[in-house]
Design a protein around this ligand. Structure first.
Ligand code: 8YV
Length: 316
C-alpha cells in the first residue's frame, strides 16, 4: 500500500493540476467510478482527504462514509456545498480558494451585464445569419453607463464588481449585513427590496448559506421590475428560481444574466425558451491563470495539512 495520503477526488481538474496531485497523493477519482459505493467500500477506510470543487462540495453522507477523513480541500471560494456541521463535529479541516478568483468573477459579471444590456449575443447572430443585410439595423438596446447598480453582498467579489461599475459612471448602492468602511461614496441600503427598487441592474455577489437561501425572492424581483436586470455570479440558491422563471416569462422582470443554476449543469428547460436571459456555464472563475492558482491552493492546503503546517486558506 502507498505511503502517500489517500485523497478522494470528487470532480475533475485540468491536467496541470491532476498530474502534481497524482504525484503527491494516492488519488481515487470518485467522479470516474461507475459504482461509487464499490469504490467507497474499497478505499473509504483510508481516505484522509477530500479534494472537491465548489459546486460539488462534500455532503454529510460522504463525510460520514469516510472514518479517518481529516481535511476537505475545495477548488473554489464557495464552500456552501460542504456540510460544515458534519466537519465541525469531527474536527475535519476545510479549505477554499479565496482571492485568486475574485477579479475574474467580477470581470465576467460585468461582461454579462454589458452583453445583456447591449444585446451582444443577439447582435452577433444578427450579423452571422444575414439579418443585418436582409432586415436592416439591429433593434436598439439600453444604455449602461450612468445607470443605477445595486450590489447585493459587498464582499471581495461585490467590491471588485462595484469598482468596475464605477468606471462606467454608474450610481452604485449595496446591501450587506452592515455598511462597509471600504465602500467610499457608494450608498448603503440595508434592505434588499429597497436596493432592488433603486436599481436598474442588481448583482448578486453573496456567499451562499442557509441564511441567504432565496434572499432574492418574489419581492426583490418585483422591486427590480420590468426594466430591471438581475445578474447572478454567486450561487443559484441565493435566488428563488421558480420566481425568477415566472417573472422572466411574464415580463414583470426585464432580464437576467446568469452563471449559476439549480441542478446545474442540467438547468431548468424553461430557461432555454426565454429570449430575455443570458445563460453562462458557471465559468466566472474560468481563466487559465485563475484556475492554475486555484489548483495550486488546493494542493498547498493539502500539503500543509499533512506536513503539520498552518493551512494557507482555512475555512474551518
Ligand atoms: C468554480 C466557484 O467554478 O469559486 C467558486 O465557488 O463556484 C467557481 O470558482 C468552481 O468552484 C469550480 O468547480
Amino acid at each position: 500500500m502507498s505511503s502517500k495520503a489517500a485523497v478522494l477526488q470528487i470532480g475533475p481538474y485540468p491536467p496541470w493540476d491532476q498530474e502534481p496531485l497524482d504525484a503527491a497523493f494516492e488519488v481515487h477519482r470518485y467522479y470516474e467510478a461507475e459504482d461509487k459505493q464499490a469504490l467507497l467500500d474499497r478505499v473509504a477506510p483510508r481516505i484522509r482527504a477530500v479534494a472537491t470543487r465548489g459546486e460539488l462540495g462534500a455532503d454529510r453522507r460522504l463525510i460520514e462514509a469516510l472514518p479517518v477523513l481529516e481535511i476537505v480541500s475545495v477548488y473554489g471560494v464557495g464552500f456552501d456545498a460542504v456540510d460544515l456541521g458534519a466537519c465541525r463535529e469531527r474536527g475535519i479541516r476545510v479549505t477554499n480558494t479565496p482571492d485568486v478568483l475574485t477579479k475574474d468573477v467580477a470581470d465576467l459579471g460585468v461582461a454579462m451585464m454589458l452583453a445583456q444590456a447591449r444585446g451582444v449575443v443577439g447582435a452577433e447572430a444578427w450579423v452571422r445569419d444575414g439579418s443585418w443585410a436582409g432586415k436592416g439595423l439591429y433593434p436598439l438596446k439600453r444604455r449602461v453607463h450612468g445607470a443605477k447598480a445595486g450590489i447585493l453582498g459587498l464582499g471581495r467579489i461585490g467590491y471588485e464588481v462595484a469598482k468596475r461599475l464605477a468606471g462606467f459612471e454608474m450610481d452604485i448602492a449595496y446591501s450587506d449585513v452592515a455598511p462597509k468602511d471600504y465602500a467610499g461614496t457608494w450608498t448603503y441600503v440595508a434592505d434588499p427590496v429597497a436596493l432592488a427598487r433603486r436599481s436598474d441592474v442588481l448583482f448578486v455577489t453573496l456567499a451562499a448559506s442557509s441564511a441567504t437561501r432565496h434572499i432574492v425572492g418574489r419581492e426583490v424581483i418585483a422591486a427590480l421590475g420590468p426594466e430591471g436586470m438581475l445578474v447572478n455570479i454567486s450561487r443559484a440558491s441565493n435566488i428563488d428560481e421558480d420566481a425568477l422563471l415566472d417573472t422572466l416569462e411574464n415580463g414583470t422582470l426585464g432580464s437576467a444574466a446568469l452563471d449559476v443554476f439549480e441542478g446545474e449543469p442540467r438547468l431548468n428547460p424553461r430557461f432555454l425558451a426565454l429570449p430575455n436571459v443570458l445563460l453562462q456555464p458557471h465559468h466566472a472563475s474560468g481563466t487559465v491563470e485563475t484556475r492554475r492558482a486555484m489548483g495550486q491552493l488546493v494542493r498547498d492546503n493539502l500539503t500543509a495539512h499533512f506536513a503539520g503546517r498552518e493551512l494557507p486558506t482555512p475555512v474551518l
